[in-house]
Write a protein that binds this ligand. Structure first.
Ligand SMILES: C[S@@+](CC[C@H](N)C(=O)[O-])C[C@H]1O[C@@H](n2cnc3c(N)ncnc32)[C@H](O)[C@@H]1O
Length: 337
């Protein structure tokens, strides 16, 4: 018996979506091990630290979205405004048929670039890679609806472990790494990571990277310690992740959020400082910790950025900044192309 038309329409839509969306997941339980390993490594050091990827559970991702809207948090709106001014030029200079985005999140700013590539008529595929599964799936659904003809190949994974899962390019491509996320890497692993990214680039390809610049420490510290306390809540949320995933016994309210600019290293340290002498147990790891932990967000001078890119075999083709030089977007190529 023939299906009634009301059933045929969703089936056709589902078939069309299946043809345009592909999602590969590489996390498959390994994440829990990776959290346990990172916590064991990070919280038994003299300077305790945790990799930022563990901050982005569903609540962390939602809090990060709120941070991006805060008046003190200039990076998001500044990077967006640079993109708005230069996206057409980026599309022309790269002729990109595909955009790979590392740590793609909600791809909010990415739409500015996708608009320009779509209007130029070159764009065929978008490849978002993020550790947060829901973000990759939602953004694939939304973008295929917003850009007719666009294929999305989502990669759910860790950009430090799964760059080799990024599919082969079918023409010139842009690898985008936005939001100043490169600043979360300490100097040695930053250069190693840039070298891995460089391996994704063919002679016609470009890296488009957003980098936060060194500036007045007052402006920087306010951006990481907003008056509404959203960044403090984002920072403390990692303790809830440890309680849930590793049976730890932290009370997040026992910890205060501190954001300090370290002038020597030119990075912001976001720390969680215990308000009193405390010892905690992480049951799944059989670990006791006396706790003060943090992460860094490095800020760049043009010289440092050029040096880090050069060490990875990359050279800047276009340097783009705002009128106050708060934030930079750079378009780089392989220097041996
Ligand atoms: C600071 S947000 C930036 C989001 C977006 N690109 C922007 O510019 O607004 C970092 C994003 O990277 C993702 N992320 C962090 N560490 C990651 C990792 N190791 N592998 C993959 N994604 C990661 C987070 O889930 C989050 O979506």
């Amino acid at each position: 018996m023939a299906s009634p038309p009301t059933r045929a329409i969703p089936a056709a839509a589902a078939k069309a979506a299946a043809a345009t969306i592909r999602i590969d997941s590489h996390l498959d339980g390994g994440e829990e091990r990776s959290l346990a390993d990172d916590v064991l490594d990070g919280l038994t050091r003299p300077f305790k630290e945790l990799p930022p990827k563990h901050f982005y559970d569903a609540r962390g991702a939602e809090l990060f979205d709120r941070i991006c809207e805060l008046p003190e948090y200039y990076p998001t709106r500044t990077e967006r405004s640079i993109l708005e001014q230069r996206a057409v030029e980026i599309a022309e200079a790269t002729g990109a048929v595909e955009l790979v985005e590392l740590g793609s999140g909600t791809a909010a700013k990415t739409r500015v670039l996708l608009d320009a590539l779509h209007a130029a008529g070159t764009l065929k595929r978008y490849v978002p890679l993020d550790v947060t599964e829901a973000m990759v799936r939602d953004c694939a659904r939304e973008l295929t609806a917003e850009y007719p003809g666009l294929r999305v190949h989502g990669v759910i994974g860790d950009f430090e472990r799964h760059l080799d899962q990024v599919p082969e390019a079918d023409g010139p491509r842009i690898v985008a790494f936005l939001g100043g996320t490169i600043g979360n890497f300490p100097p040695g692993s930053r250069r190693r990571f840039l070298r891995q990214i460089a391996r994704l680039l063919g002679p016609q390809d470009h890296l488009l990277m957003g980098t936060d610049l060194v500036k007045d420490p007052g402006v920087l510290e306010a951006a990481y310690d907003d008056s509404a306390g959203v960044t403090a809540e984002f920072n403390r949320n990692v303790l809830r992740v440890l309680n849930r995933e590793l049976e730890a016994d932290f009370d997040p309210e026992d910890f205060e959020h501190v954001a300090l600019f370290d002038r020597e290293h030119e990075w912001i340290e976001m720390r969680l400082r215990a308000r009193r002498e405390l010892t905690h147990t992480i049951r799944r790891l059989d670990l006791e910790v006396r706790f003060e932990a943090g992460e860094i967000s490095a800020k760049f001078t043009p010289e440092r950025l050029t040096g880090d890119l050069a060490a990875a075999g990359l050279e800047i083709a276009t340097w783009m900044t705002d009128s106050e030089e708060l934030f930079a977007l750079t378009l780089s190529r392989r220097s041996d192309r």
